[in-house]
Ligand binder design. Structure first.
Ligand SMILES: C=C(O[C@@H]1C=C(C(=O)O)C=C[C@H]1O)C(=O)O
Length: 90
């Protein structure tokens, strides 16, 4: 059955509501990831290590690249940057 224009607009609105919920979930997950990541970084630095571990970062990036290609790499790199502590110079 063909959608009327108003039904189609209502569908778009309902789908956008779901997208907004998914985006809120993603932001909450990013915050959770950042908290966990900073805990690892803090613990490593307390024991004399560096904040960053590039071997581990490559392992984090790889599945994003496999799932989403070049944009996946960009997502993973943005996540890593968000999750780094404020003074991430080492
Ligand atoms: C959280 C860690 O520390 C840093 C942050 C990472 C991350 O956010 O995934 C990965 C590697 C490290 O640069 C870790 O080593 O696991």
């Amino acid at each position: 059955m063909a959608h009327t224009e108003s039904t189609a607009l209502a569908d778009v609105s309902a789908l956008r509501d779901q997208l907004d919920l998914v985006d809120a979930e993603i932001r909450a997950l990013v915050e959770r990831r950042r908290d966990l990541s900073r805990e690892v970084q803090r613990t490593r630095m307390l024991t004399g290590g560096t904040r960053t571990d590039f071997t581990r970062e490559m392992r984090v990036i790889s599945p994003y690249t496999e799932s989403f290609g070049r944009q996946g790499t960009a997502i993973a790199m943005a996540l890593l940057e968000i999750c780094r502590g404020a003074s991430a110079s080492r």
